[in-house]
Design a binder for this molecule. Structure first.
Ligand code: FNR
Length: 348
């Protein structure tokens, strides 16, 4: 199954390998550059079914760091276009972008909050910092939340204009949308906090707004943290319920990660540790899922697909080590995969 195509809306992926979104902290003023062209270009030449460009800020304050990419202006979208065009012209890969807002986890470098002078004031559902000693984030007003919904929509429109095939909304890892979902980081008493429905409202509004600028040629994915490994926190049952709502809102796939919202949460990490979350969500919400987390080998990936645990295999660190992961796996298993025509002599 790993090398069988799959369709989301009208977009067909040549295989199930996905380059998981990974911040490269190498942009200036949010602009991707030559590094990003080679970085994404080489994974496309490596036969990857879908590349998802790193967490990209929908507003400047939504970036994790000053080195994160952004798509809050047209100039940034133009710089992305060069990468997207390369991928489309020189491979069979599709390319998506992860639209993000880091909320209270913004304005950092190397995982540490940076000063107001070097960075900026962070925002969150409630004035609760991620780590002790950090600045208190500004509690977003309803008007500001509405404004951010628009910013996600505008960013999605720019991404479509730049030629991206897939949009992924980042609602995982303790960033702004996840902060709203969790009762541990959201203690609002208005329509964006309190009940499960209220905590999901912001994400669902973003999904709806983004979907307004997408057509049958642009599938929508959402990355979530299936659990935050904390007592009374967001958990797997919440994720199943959310996935059902996302399905109703025409989300095509839930990309299932975990953690990131609670500093110091204990996580036991092992090969494929997040796959059971993807499996349960796929089964119980009836929506396509992506599995991610310590998946490094063809056999392991194939088993996940065969068992019906997920539809796509997202790979992060292994594809940094090996951009030709998909091609290499195909050669080993005698499966069909894109191969750069310039490289024909290496095929045998
Ligand atoms: C990440 N990860 C990540 N996730 C995400 O949703 N958006 C992002 O921008 C990033 N950035 C990022 C940078 C780097 C350098 C790494 C290694 C990871 C998480 C990543 O997508 C993936 O979920 C995890 O790394 C687990 O998968 P692997 O590495 O075990 O295949």
């Amino acid at each position: 199954m790993l090398y069988s195509p799959i369709k989301f809306r009208n977009i067909e992926l040549q295989n199930r390998w996905v380059m998981s979104p990974m911040c490269m902290y190498s942009a200036i003023e949010g602009m991707p550059n030559d590094f990003h062209l080679v970085h994404y270009g080489s994974r496309a030449q490596g036969g990857t079914g879908l590349l998802i460009a790193e967490a990209t800020g929908v507003v400047p304050e939504g970036r994790i760091t000053n080195g994160c990419t952004g798509i809050w202006n047209d100039e940034q979208a133009e710089s992305f276009r060069r990468i997207v065009d390369f991928v489309h012209q020189h491979s069979k890969s599709k390319i998506g972008i992860q639209l993000a807002h880091a909320g209270r986890k913004a304005s950092t470098w190397n995982g540490k909050q940076i000063s107001l002078e070097e960075g900026w004031q962070t925002v969150a559902p409630s004035p609760i910092p991620y780590m002790e000693g950090e600045r208190i984030p500004h509690e977003l007003s309803v008007e500001e939340i509405n404004g951010l919904v628009q910013k996600f929509k505008e960013a999605a429109q720019r991404a479509v204009n730049a030629g991206f095939d897939v949009i992924e909304i980042h609602a995982a890892h303790g960033y702004l949308l996840h902060q709203f979902l969790s009762p541990l980081s959201n203690n609002r008493t208005d329509e964006y906090g309190g009940s499960f429905e209220n905590r999901c409202r912001f994400l669902l509004e973003v999904v709806e707004a983004v979907n307004e600028v997408l057509d049958d040629n642009h599938p929508l994915f959402v990355r979530i943290s299936a659990t935050e490994y904390a007592e009374n926190g967001w958990d797997l049952d919440d994720s199943v319920k959310l996935a059902q709502l996302l399905k109703e809102k025409k989300v095509d796939l839930v990309d299932v990660s975990s953690g990131g919202n609670i500093h110091g949460a204990r996580i036991s990490v092992f090969d494929g540790y997040q796959v059971p979350f993807a499996a349960k969500i796929r089964k119980e919400a009836g929506i396509a899922t992506g599995a991610v987390g310590l998946i490094t080998e063809v056999k392991q990936a194939e088993e996940i697909l065969q068992k019906g645990d997920a539809d796509l295999i997202f790979v992060a660190r292994e594809i940094l080590r090996n951009p030709y992961l998909a091609i290499k796996g195909a050669l080993e298993t005698h499966e069909e995969c894109f191969f750069p025509k310039q490289y024909e002599r290496a095929k045998k």
